[in-house]
Design a protein around this ligand. Sequence first.
Ligand code: SAH
Length: 403
Amino acid sequence: MTEDIAYPPLVLKRGEDARLRAGHLWVFSNEVDVERSPLSGFAPGDACAIVDSRGRAIGVGYVNPNSLICARLVNRGLGHALDRSLLVHRLNIALALRERLYDEPYYRLVFGESDGLPGLTIDRFGDVLVAQATTAGMERLKDAITEAAVKVLKPRQLWWKNDASIRALEHLPEYADLAYGEPVAQPMLVREAGLEFECDPVGGQKTGWFYDQRGNRDHLARLCEGKRVLDMFSYLGGWGLRAAAFGAREVVCVDASQDAVDAITRNAARNGMADRVSAVRADAFDHLKALREQREHYDVVVLDPPAFVKRKKDLAEGRIAYRRLNELGMQVLSRDGILVTCSCSHHMPRAALLDAVQQGARHLDRQAQVLVSLQQGPDHPVHPAIPETDYLKGYILRVLPAA
Ligand code: SAH
C-alpha cells in the first residue's frame, strides 16, 4: 500500500463534486468552499487534493486561484503524486494508442484532458517533440514533463512552444524555447502520407502542424484527379499538397502569412510538385472576391479557416462569417464541384456549419450533397465528459446547380 498524498485540500461546496464524479476534470471557482479552503491560500500551479464537502477525496489536481477554471483533476484517488513517475505512466499510455494507429512517429502524442494530462499538448515530429502548456499547473510541471518525455521517447530535441493566447487566462507569459537537445539549423520535418513538409517549431502556427486534419485529407483521394484545386487558409499546404499527390492538375494555396507561403513553395519543390502547386499571400475573403470578379472557377475548394468563434458570445457573428466564407467558396466552385469546409471552433455547433453551407447554397440557387462528415483524427481523442475536446467539424460536399 502506498501512503496517501498529503497535498493541501481544495474543498468543494455541497453537490459540486457531481460533475467531477461523472467524469469531468474541471473545477470552477464558484464551486469551491472558500471558507474552508480559501483560494488565496494557493499559488498558481500548486498541487492540491480535491475533496467533496464531506471531506471525501476525489483526487489530486492543481490550482490556479486567478483563473475561472480554478483547478483541474489529474488523477483520481490520493495514491499518486503529480510527479515524473505519473507523467511517465500517462505518456506511455498515450504512446501505446498512437503506435497502434500510425506507422510513423508523426502525430499528436498528448491531447490534454483526453489523455489525462489537462493543460498539456505534445506533438511528435519523428525525433523532435513540441510541447505546449496552457495552465499554470502544467507550467509548474514543465521540467518533470521534459524529463518524462525524454525518458519515454528519447527525442533529439524537445521544444516548449508556450505562446498560445489562452495562456493569458492563467497569467502566463508567452515564449518558445528549446528545453532539451542541441539547436541545429536543419528544419523540422513532418511526414504525412508519403509527403514531407518542413515546419518551424518556433515561428510556426500552434505546435507546427495540424495533425487533426490528417485523416480528413485522406478523403481527397479520388476527388482530385486532373482537377483544379483551391486550398484556402492553407498554412503549409497540407490540403493542397495532398491534393497534388492525388493527381490534381493545378493547386493554388492561399494564406495571409508570408512565412507560410514561402514554406509552401519550398514544400512543393521538396515533393516534386513545384510545377503544379503555387502559393499566394492574401486575405482569404479578399482573394475569393477577386476570383469571383474574374469569374475563376475551381473543381475543388478547401475552406479550413482559423476559429471564427473563439468565445461563446461570438457565436452570432461567427456564424455570419462562416456563412459568408462558404458562400464565397461556392461562388468560385465549378458547376459540379467539391467543397471541403471546416470549423475548428468548439463553440460553433456542427449543425450550424452545415446550416451556413446550406443557406449559402440556396442563396446561390445551388444544391449541396454531403458526402463525408469530418472530425478530428484519433490522435486527438474526444473526452466524452468534456465537450470542449470535441472541436473540429467539417463536411465534404458536392455542390451542383439547383435541381
Ligand atoms: N489548412 C491548414 C490549417 C489552417 S490554420 C492545414 O491543413 O494545415 C489557419 C491558417 O489561416 C493560418 O495559416 C493563418 O495564417 C491563416 N489565416 C488566418 N486568417 C486569414 C485570412 N483572413 N486570410 C487568409 N489566411 C488567413
